[in-house]
Design a protein around this ligand. Structure first.
Ligand code: SF4
Length: 481
């Protein structure tokens, strides 16, 4: 079959991947990890093409034309709550051309049978991009399907959600070469081109607001990761965004991977980890292997919020981890989530003080979003804060989705802008940023990104509750950093 992996067009630059979706207002945009993983799996049995309409900035009309030219038998498309109405309208047109439509995305991660019943153009929903389910669905071979929802030709709808077994999964080498050569941008990258690499899936921690916590956790065998990596190196790619949501879950594996990267000696990369994993052994191994930027979740200065969201660490641990990261010469990014129901003006001030005291290179401030499938969403629906029938939502936290018990959405938006200005407009901070850049090009990039960030956060706008803000990291934990 000819199978098209599609990221549909959009009115905005949407990031749809890994069961999240959001807009970016800066120019950061990385390769969707779902499509990367599926590209290897599907290429085992089918002729696969990739059309990333966001990377190519295609209009819907141009995208339909490109799909007509490719003439696929089936389309496996990303969809997102951020663009759900656009996505369903676009894909319904493709279904009229007798193409089979499969989809994956946040908006389908909850109540999938209901979604399928509501969308007659949609044949199947994948709920895991590391399985072979896409192959089974295309072959109409139902028995081995693990985690998907599908419609049979007789119209009946079936759902399966097998628990994840074992700690490992294998992926045929993702076909990076099928993706557009340009159109992707990652602010922390030190070289171009960069590639997005996923060496595991999910996360074993139970943070209540994080969709990744709902996926279980498994890792890819290191030889598989290295095969992918060496293929990238052979194509001239030496910069990586390692999109694992928590690097170092299994310590021996992480150290082995770092050793292999260090042996290659020509890679530089950015990764996420948790403060309570970031000890000297791990940080030293990462830095020696080429890691230059480390992103860690701080979330809040309020210990009660950390406990309520089941983060599993305290601010003391956070302080120590960032100090250690700096001592290993790593650039640091702290991600924060504000606007959880317990948030007050005082707790926001406390969080800002914490951000300032951590001496971060970047603060990534995000607003709580009731992501599909998370305990936080269930809680906010039960508390009457979220309308379960509203499927359209920007998970960047750019739009303030919820009031807190004591702050309105408008107040929260105002506080967020205040915190960003206070953090980024410190003269000493600006001087440090300027002095730490690696050359005129990097300085220009920093200046451009900084101005974009500040221009969205220094003006009081009429559209306050819908104020949009994105910054340059991408952790799903903090509501889409
Ligand atoms: S917030 Fe981070 S540590 Fe917690 S479940 Fe999500 S990815 Fe894992």
């Amino acid at each position: 079959m000819r199978v098209l992996l599609l990221n549909p067009p959009g009115r905005e630059i949407y990031i749809r991947d890994y069961f999240c979706s959001k807009t970016t207002k800066s120019n950061y945009y990385f390769h969707p990890v779902d499509l990367l993983a599926l590209s290897g799996t599907l290429a085992q049995e089918h002729e696969v093409a990739v059309l990333d309409c966001i990377a190519e900035r295609l209009t819907p009309e141009a995208a339909h034309e490109r799909i007509d030219e490719a003439s696929p038998d089936a389309i496996l498309s990303l969809v997102g709550s951020v663009s759900w109405d656009e996505d369903r309208a676009f894909l319904a047109i493709e279904a009229e051309a007798q193409r089979r439509i499969l989809a994956i995305g946040d908006v389908l991660h909850e109540n999938a049978e209901e979604r399928l019943a509501d969308e007659p153009w949609l044949e199947a929903i994948l709920d895991d991009f590391t399985t072979r389910d896409a192959l089974h669905l295309l072959a109409r071979d139902e028995a081995p399907i693990l985690r998907a929802t599908w419609r049979r030709p007789d119209g009946s709808i079936h759902h399966r959600n097998e628990p994840r077994k074992g700690r490992e999964h294998r992926l045929p080498r993702p076909r990076h070469e099928l993706f557009p050569k340009s159109g992707y941008h990652f602010s922390f990258a030190r070289k171009t081109p960069f590639a997005t690499l996923l060496t595991d899936y999910g996360c074993p921690w139970p943070c209540t607001f994080c969709v990744i916590s709902t996926l279980g956790h498994s890792t890819r065998p290191i030889p598989d990761v290295l095969e992918e990596l060496d293929h990238l190196r052979a194509q001239g790619t030496h910069e990586l965004f390692i999109a694992d949501q928590t690097f170092g879950v299994h310590r021996p594996r992480a150290l082995e991977l770092c050793r292999a990267l260090q042996e290659r000696g020509d890679l530089s990369w950015t990764a996420f980890t948790r403060p309570d994993l970031a000890d000297d052994e791990l940080l030293s191994a990462m830095q020696s292997a080429g890691c230059h930027t480390l992103i860690m979740g701080v979330e809040s200065a309020d210990e009660a919020v950390l406990a309520a969201t089941r983060k599993g660490y305290t601010t003391d641990i956070v302080h120590a981890a960032f100090a250690r990261a700096r001592s290993h010469n790593l650039r640091t990014v702290g991600t924060f989530v504000i606007g959880l129901p317990e948030e007050t003006e005082a707790s926001l001030s406390q969080t800002l003080d914490l951000a300032l005291s951590l001496d971060l290179d970047y603060m990534s401030l995000n607003v709580a979003v009731p992501r599909f499938g998370t305990p936080f969403r269930a809680q906010s629906i039960a508390a009457g804060l979220t309308d379960p029938t509203n499927l359209t939502m920007d998970q960047s936290g750019a739009t303030i989705a919820l009031p807190t018990h004591s702050l309105t959405q408008a107040e929260l938006a105002r506080q967020k802008r205040r915190m960003i200005r206070r953090f980024y407009l410190r003269p000493r901070y600006l001087l440090r940023r300027a002095l730490s850049t690696t050359g005129p090009r990097a300085l220009l990039t920093e200046a451009r990104e900084g101005l974009a960030l500040l221009s969205r956060n220094t003006l009081v706008r009429r559209r306050t509750p819908n104020d949009r803000h994105t910054v340059s990291a991408t952790h799903r934990s903090s509501s889409g950093v």
